[in-house]
Write a protein that binds this ligand. Structure first.
Ligand SMILES: [Zn+2]
Length: 110
């Protein structure tokens, strides 16, 4: 981990990650989450959908630049549609909100 600018810790299992760029770190963490915590990701996405039904406007804390569409990779897209039974576009903001809060919570800023 020494020399790497960005560090993150998986909230679910405590594994740590390091990278020199934020996008590299996000990509590592995202891959890890889907690979090792898929069931949790799916249940959180579903929970997020229910929450969003009650609360129409989800307020997103943090840096808006985290919310670029590339944040969710191509691999997640069909999975998210399968899980939610809705077009990806319809659930995108809720899924992003969840993923960002999940990932941001584990990242230490340099
Ligand atoms: Zn983990």
């Amino acid at each position: 981990m020494k020399g790497l600018l960005y560090h993150a810790r998986c909230k679910a299992c405590g594994k740590t990650f390091g990278a020199n760029t934020r996008s590299e770190l996000l990509s590592k963490l995202r891959k890890h989450l889907w690979r090792f915590h898929r069931a949790m990701m799916i249940s959180k996405i579903k929970a997020g959908q229910r929450k969003a039904k009650r609360k129409k406007e989800l307020r997103i804390e943090g840096n808006p630049s985290w919310f670029d569409p590339s944040f969710i990779g191509f691999a997640e897209r069909p999975l998210i549609e399968k899980v939610t039974g809705q077009p990806y576009e319809a659930v995108k903001s809720k899924v992003l909100d969840f993923m960002v809060s999940m990932i941001l919570g584990g990242i230490k800023k340099p």
